[in-house]
Design a protein around this ligand. Sequence first.
Ligand SMILES: [Zn+2]
Ligand SMILES: [Zn+2]
Length: 111
Amino acid sequence: MPWTSETVQSIGRSRALHFEDYLRRGERAREDAQKHQRIASRECRYCYYVSHDLAGQAFTEWQCMSCVETQMHSNTAVPKLCDKCADNLEACVRCGGSREWQTPSEEGKPR
Ligand SMILES: [Zn+2]
Ligand SMILES: [Zn+2]
């Protein structure tokens, strides 16, 4: 199939939608729009809003990096820490970093 101007237009439109989704995610991340759900899933803002839904749907066995307990997770984006260790360390289950932080541009501003 030749690469027509319709193909170019159609890919362009799809890119525009992805781009808007990306920007919206960024806004939600900055506002922490779903803080309640984010805290409930024990994730930091980056992991919850930005790096989400890149996971494959398959039950995956994984090991907590802290207590080395083996667990099952419902998709391939396995956490780094189990809920218990994440709570003890006040860490994000997904990246293992602090659950709450401010970006350099947010520092010093009231939230
Ligand atoms: Zn653990
Ligand atoms: Zn994280």
